[in-house]
Structure formats: structure tokens, C-alpha cells
Design a protein around this ligand. Structure first.
Ligand SMILES: [Zn+2]
Length: 155
């Protein structure tokens, strides 16, 4: 399931991504909704904050997020550079406006996913689109650099 936030009244509408050909309308005000603005349920629920993902939810929230790019920040509590990049990650989540999803994965608590994607240095940022890993960015990055890659992936 995915969510489309109505551009007119702000209501959250639950839609089925499989119904690509249907034209959904807002349940509250009947504004026509654009499936291109559908976002994964977890991202819509996070309300502008990064989605916290785990071994249990990674497939659903990242790999099955549809065509929207998902940036995963792989971090750990003891990692100083991770704390330095965290404000940029928070801002990218707040400024996504339905264009991308930002997620955080604690590698100490989710070793299965960390090892599956060979995360051996943190922070590592993984960019997924359509269930595929499209980019791996290791180390501290300026926010503008991350934003540039997200904008490109969302185009
Ligand atoms: Zn509406």
C-alpha cells in the first residue's frame, strides 16, 4: 500500500500501487490524485522525519518502495561522523516533498542487512530505486552533494 497526500486538503489517501491505471480521488474533497505522488506508507507516516528501518522492515520500506528513490543512512551510535551527517539527513527528509524517502538503519542492531549490503565503514549511504541499489556513498558528505544525487535519482 502507498499513501498520496492530497494537494488540496492535506488528507492522507491510501492507494494501491497495483492500480496504476485508475485515477484515484481524495476521499475527503474529491480532488484528483496523481499516482506519481504516491509514497510508501512508512514514509508518509514518518511525517518529514527519516524512516527508521530494521532487518524486519527493510524489504517492505526500502526494496518495495516503488519507483521513489530511497536514501538509507547506515549509522551507529558510537560513530562521530554519523552524528555529523545526521542533521543533513534530517533536513533531506524534511525537504523531500514526496520526491524521495530518507531512511536510517542502525548497523549494530541490524547486522543482517548491514552484512547483506557489505557495509564495513560508516557512515555509508545507500541509494535505492525500484528495489535496486543504484549508488553507494561512503563517508561524510555535504548535504548539497546528497541532495544533487537524490534529485537526479528522482527525475
Ligand atoms: Zn483532499
Amino acid at each position: 500500500m502507498a499513501i498520496i497526500i492530497c494537494p488540496t486538503c492535506g488528507a492522507k489517501n491510501r492507494v494501491d500501487e497495483r492500480g496504476k491505471t485508475m485515477q484515484p480521488v481524495c476521499a475527503r474533497c474529491k480532488t484528483k490524485l496523481d499516482m506519481a505522488n504516491a509514497m510508501p506508507e512508512a514514509a508518509a507516516t514518518a511525517g518529514g522525519k527519516p524512516v527508521v528501518v530494521s532487518d524486519a522492515t527493510f524489504a517492505r520500506d526500502v526494496l518495495e518502495a516503488g519507483t521513489m528513490p530511497v536514501l538509507v543512512d547506515a549509522w551507529a551510535a558510537w560513530c562521530g561522523p554519523c552524528r555529523m551527517i545526521a542533521p543533513a539527513i534530517d533536513q533531506l527528509a524534511a525537504e523531500s516533498r514526496g520526491r524521495w524517502v530518507v531512511a536510517k538503519l542502525n548497523v549494530d542492531e541490524n547486522r543482517e542487512t548491514a552484512s547483506r549490503f557489505h557495509i564495513d565503514s560508516i557512515p555509508t549511504l545507500l541509494l535505492f530505486k525500484g528495489g535496486q541499489l543504484v549508488e553507494r556513498i561512503v563517508g561524510l558528505q555535504p548535504k548539497a552533494e546528497l541532495e544533487k544525487r537524490l534529485v537526479a535519482a528522482a527525475a
